[in-house]
Ligand binder design. Structure first.
Ligand SMILES: Cc1ncc(COP(=O)(O)O)c(C=O)c1O
Length: 382
């Protein structure tokens, strides 16, 4: 009998640790299953690397370590057969700044930025920060599969549309888009001469064994040259508190525009973030594989449970640790309040651009999910 404890089963008390996720419900009995960080310890390799740097004790301004750049470069080649150059990498303290910088760099005031909804809320907010308009095109859902609606995108795009914000793998609908789907989207961007801002932060969290992440930029050299790819180790390796992300931009013109828009406003990533990222990319593959197995199990558990809870439908999750729930049948005026009253803190679909939906974060010990399901069931099944 295997008596070894699964590291991801360990419940770690995160209360009173200034955790954004846990502080929201401090002092109340609400399980926080909202913002996208996981209740798991980082890999031993990451913790060891950070210890070493802390022991050194001098925390000066730090260049992006060459080893980090080359490790990422090798990773892109190994996982995606993507040949990149180190100087295509623009490191930043976050992808949200990256999304904003892309708007600032590639569109003028009054221009349009197009995306699909639902989507990670900063996609919808970034253009407005520069007095640009966001064109929100609802994704279509058919037989449980969400897709970008190209026909609607064609009808909504304007001569002033400059950027297409793509989320792949998709937060919140969990899709890993196929090569053909990406090709069709990229063709649309070529026809309309749009910069493709491709957020691929969840690319190393593909749960379905028969799905593979394809970076948009790998479709063809032409597509690569109009694509700004954004990646980060933060979601996969659970180190978002370190603020260490990057854009990969092959086209020198787009790269220079991006760097110019960033200059003097966005600081470098923090030194410890670089070392956490390096240990993540270089020495944490076993941890990642174990995580994926654990997340698959959590996802399958939730899918099974929600099948038997009336009024809630959960969609398949090909990637991410986030489940998208259709709760429209419940006709709730305040869905977030309803679930909080039941003792579970979910993300409301409205900031993602859709009412009647909620997002659940299953990056936590299974015991937490079991309790969350018990509470939801109690609130709904009389
Ligand atoms: C699709 C997507 N992009 C970006 C981010 C945030 O990235 P960062 O923490 O690097 O700003 C998230 C966080 O959940 C996300 O889901």
């Amino acid at each position: 009998m295997n008596t070894e404890i699964n590291q991801f089963d360990i419940e770690i008390d995160r209360t009173n640790t200034d955790s954004l996720k846990w502080e929201k419900y401090a002092g109340s009995d609400i399980l926080p299953l909202w913002v996208a960080d996981m209740d798991f310890k980082a890999s031993d390799a990451i913790i060891k690397a950070l210890h070493e740097k802390v022991e050194f004790g001098i925390f000066g301004y730090t260049n992006v370590p060459e080893e980090l750049k080359s490790t990422l470069q090798q990773r892109l080649l190994h996982f995606y057969n993507w040949e990149t150059k180190k100087d295509w990498q623009v490191w930043m303290p976050g992808m949200v700044p990256g999304l904003n910088i892309a708007c600032r760099a590639y569109a003028e005031e009054g221009d349009d930025v197009i995306t699909g909804i639902p989507v990670y809320p900063p996609f919808l907010l970034a253009p407005g920060n520069f007095n640009q308009n966001i064109l929100k095109v609802p994704l279509i859902e058919k037989n449980n599969v969400w897709k970008y609606d190209l026909e609607a995108m064609r009808s909504m795009v304007t001569p002033r549309t400059k950027i297409f914000e793509l989320c792949n793998p998709h937060n919140p609908v969990g899709r890993v888009f196929s090569k053909q789907e990406l090709q069709d989207l990229a063709d649309f961007c070529m026809e309309e001469d749009l910069v493709i801002c491709s957020d691929e932060i969840h690319c190393e969290l593909v749960l379905d064994k028969n799905k593979k992440h394809i970076p948009t930029a790998t479709l063809s050299p032409e597509i690569e040259s109009r694509t700004v790819t954004m990646m980060a180790p933060s979601k996969t390796f659970n180190i978002p508190g370190f603020g260490c992300s990057l854009a990969i931009i092959s086209n020198p013109k787009l790269r220079n525009q991006f760097k110019k828009a960033l200059a003097g406003i966005v600081p470098d990533a923090a030194a410890l973030g670089y070392y956490a990222a390096l240990a993540a990319y270089k020495d944490s593959e076993v941890w990642r594989q174990e995580l994926l197995e654990y997340l698959r199990n959590n996802r399958d558990y939730l899918l099974r449970e929600f099948e038997n809870i009336p009024g809630i439908k959960m969609f398949p999750v090909e990637s991410t640790y986030l489940g998208w729930l259709d709760v429209s049948e419940l006709n709730l005026e305040n869905p977030d309040k309803f679930f909080e009253d039941a003792g579970v803190g979910l993300s409301d679909g409205r900031p993602f651009g859709m009412t009647g939906y909620m997002r659940i974060n299953f990056g936590c010990p299974k015991s937490t999910l079991v309790e969350a399901v018990r509470r939801i069931r109690k609130a709904l099944v009389v």
